[in-house]
Design a protein. Structure first.
Ligand code: GDP
Length: 454
């Protein structure tokens, strides 16, 4: 077992209770230095999954009531001995409890270190560990469901299954090449090509589903564009007032750019820099086309807003010409007023069109349905295997290239040795994906994105 680490596992904020977690060798001994149960129970003598009520102490005396929950290795999150001490949820008390644990002999845990230990102790695959982070970061039902599927091992099992088939093929080929005199059935080219083709198709399906997965996990970067006065700000405010809105500060810019994530139906829209647009309404006019262009370039989705109560202008036509290659929805606003817009002109050029009144909040449901349709999110099976991040996508991409290379080698009549080499390289990449064979650098990189305490 490793040296004990400790961290506050609840948010750094005031709440009903806070939890300080300690894991590793000596976890029970150290926790016993800090926690004294009322009934005289010693944590080190307690069974796993049992709790004790008592007081917590440091060198200045006792400072709070607490409940200590004991987990015994290997039946804990990390696979090590773990104690979770719940105290009252004040920031001062919680930090003092953590300090007491550290004075008692624990080291402060690095970000993601508990989950990293769970991975190293075989409690989780790397893809499952990554799902833990996705579950924490989920802002919508779909994202949470899909992250949970990853945590339950949907992707891991899928990759393992493909890998086993590849291993079978390479083992068979290697045996046949190495021991030609043995009675090993001849590898039929057609069977081999079919088996490799199936693996390639399944891997490619994962890659094709990646964009939808990314949008579900990370939200849809959305640009709202249109000439002045069509109702962009009104629509933005309407969206921002949706059920849940989360504001993320992105540091490192000249002024903090505010990105607002809003939940519309079952999708998360990321409306970048909405504050800027809302603060200075005429900024849109001033920066006009150039700002809109930049926003559109980076966007997964463009909402092009038109004023239904006035005729189509040359500005509108320019905008239509510019956005036709994007994932775009024409949003014809002000449906509460008499229509004067040439909707047919737009319809001919932009496939998806929704008529709303941002003022009366009419048409919001249609807009939400349309977004899911445009981005192909409707038929996404969030309970199935899905790639959750760039690292995973990259591993699969490399594996596919090697599988395709092996197919090509067969077609071009290369020796079966060459085919075996390609298959084995594909296997390597898939083992890296699941974390079964992975470098420390990759593991460190994955866990560096975790928060402390997880
Ligand atoms: P922006 O310049 O595109 O951001 O447009 P604004 O959101 O500032 O809206 C311009 C004007 O149109 C404001 O006076 C809004 O109140 C009005 N407006 C916006 N949406 C609607 C709508 O659905 N119906 C009506 N009647 N007026 C609207």
């Amino acid at each position: 077992m490793e040296k004990a680490i400790a961290a506050i596992s609840t948010p750094n904020a005031i709440g009903g209770i806070s939890v300080v977690r300690i894991s590793g060798d000596q976890a029970l001994t150290i926790a016993d230095r800090v926690f004294k149960s009322i009934s005289g129970k010693i944590l080190g003598d307690m069974k796993g999954y049992t709790a004790a009520y008592g007081r917590v102490f440091d060198k200045d005396g006792d400072f709070d009531d607490a409940v200590a929950l004991v987990f015994r290795a290997p039946k804990s999150y990390t696979g090590e001995d773990v104690v979770e001490v719940s105290c009252h949820g004040g920031i001062y008390v919680t930090r003092r409890l953590l300090r007491a644990m550290i004075d008692g002999g624990a080291s402060p845990a690095a970000g993601g270190e508990f989950t990293k230990r769970a991975f190293l102790n075989g409690k989780l695959s790397l893809t499952q560990a990554e799902s833990v982070m996705d579950i924490i970061n989920s802002h919508s039902k779909q994202a949470a469901r899909s992250a949970m599927a990853g945590f339950e091992g949907a992707l891991f099992k899928k990759i393992q299954n493909i890998n086993e088939r590849l291993l079978n093929l390479s083992g068979h080929l290697a045996a046949w090449v190495d021991f030609p005199e043995e009675d090993i059935p001849v590898v039929e080219h057609d069977n081999l090509l079919n088996a490799l083709g199936d693996c390639g198709t399944e891997l490619n399906d994962l890659i094709n589903g990646y964009d939808a997965g990314r949008l579900i996990h990370q939200g849809i970067v959305t640009a709202i564009v249109g000439k002045p006065n069509v109702g962009k700000s009104t629509l933005m405010n309407l969206l921002a007032g949706c059920e849940k809105s989360i504001v993320t500060e992105i540091a490192g810019t000249t002024r903090d750019v505010v990105e607002e994530s809003v939940l519309l139906g079952d999708v998360v829209l990321r409306l970048a820099d909405t504050a800027g647009i809302r603060d200075t309404e005429d900024m849109v006019e001033r920066v006009g086309v150039s700002l809109a262009k930049k926003k559109m370039e980076q966007a997964d989705l463009v909402l092009a807003v038109f004023d239904g109560s006035s005729p189509l202008s040359s500005e509108d036509q320019e905008l239509i010409a510019e956005i036709k290659d994007k994932n775009v929805i024409a949003v014809v606003n002000k449906s509460d007023l008499e229509n004067k817009l040439d909707i047919e002109y737009i319809q001919k050029r932009i496939k998806h069109i929704v008529i709303i009144s941002a003022k009366n909040t009419n048409g919001l449901q249609e807009l939400s349905d349309c977004i899911a349709g445009v981005l192909n999110l409707v038929h996404v099976d969030t309970t199935g295997a899905m790639l959750a991040n760039e690292r995973q996508r990259d591993c699969v991409q490399r594996a596919v290239s090697f599988v395709e290379e092996s197919v090509l080698s067969i077609r071009q009549g290369f020796t079966l040795d060459a085919v075996t080499v390609s298959i084995e390289l594909a296997i390597e990449d898939l083992l890296e994906l699941t974390g079964e064979r992975v470098t420390d650098a990759v593991v460190d990189e994955v866990f560096s994105h975790f928060c402390v305490g997880k």
